[in-house]
Design a protein around this ligand. Structure first.
Ligand SMILES: Cc1cc2nc3c(=O)[nH]c(=O)nc-3n(C[C@H](O)[C@H](O)[C@H](O)COP(=O)(O)O)c2cc1C
Length: 183
């Protein structure tokens, strides 16, 4: 396991979503103390949009989903992180989080952050009835299903969890949290 950071950092989990991906990466690039946790699809999708998962923020440690038991959750037990951001969060990951499943790196860090009472901020892809979203080669119009929207809604009721609707609100929520941590 890597050595503990000097002070707790932000953990940022990226899932396999093209929607809001560029906006999220823009925020990650500007942060000083952030480590990245990728779902398997997150890594793949990032590459499809022309990014190298290891090169988003040169100061970040990068954790990839390679083991069944999600060993990096130990970093949350050790106190390495003050906050978890899951952004963008796919329909798939949000559904699992709502059901309490933890069978991937990202769903594990969300579950374990909750059990450690570490707050999470989630930017779910499915917050609107209709979205225009960037596929790698074109823009497509999608209509999230009722089940997807219902999961996002349900996640709002979870303890230690803030669900935001768009990247602008994500940035506000992160700034507020960092101000709270640094005061
Ligand atoms: C190019 C591309 C873009 C995708 N964009 C989205 C998206 O915006 N929202 C979404 O819910 N799933 C999207 N997916 C599908 C997810 O990657 C897929 O459901 C995957 O199993 C999610 O796994 P994860 O939740 O563990 O990251 C996309 C897939 C591809 C190939």
């Amino acid at each position: 396991m890597q050595s503990a950071p000097e002070r707790p950092r932000l953990a940022w989990a990226v899932t396999g979503s093209g929607h809001y991906l560029e906006e999220c990466l823009d925020i990650v690039r500007e942060l000083d103390e952030v480590d990245l946790f990728y779902s398997r699809a997150g890594e793949e999708v990032l590459r499809m949009y022309g990014h190298d998962p290891k090169e988003i923020n040169s100061k970040s440690r990068v954790y990839r989903d390679r083991a069944a038991s999600a060993p990096p959750v130990g970093l949350f037990y050790r106190g390495d992180y003050h906050t978890l951001v899951v952004a963008p969060a796919t329909s798939n990951t949000v559904a699992k989080m709502v059901l309490g499943l933890s069978d991937s790196l990202v769903t594990n860090v969300y579950a374990q952050a909750g059990k450690c009472r570490i707050p999470s901020i989630v930017l779910a892809c499915d917050t609107e009835q209709e979205i225009d979203t960037p596929a790698p080669d074109r823009t497509v119009r999608l209509w999230p299903r009722q089940v997807d929207l219902a999961h996002t809604h349900k996640l709002r009721s979870f303890e230690a969890t803030t669900v935001v609707e768009n990247p602008e609100r994500l940035l506000v929520a992160i700034k507020l949290r960092l101000a709270e941590i640094n005061k």
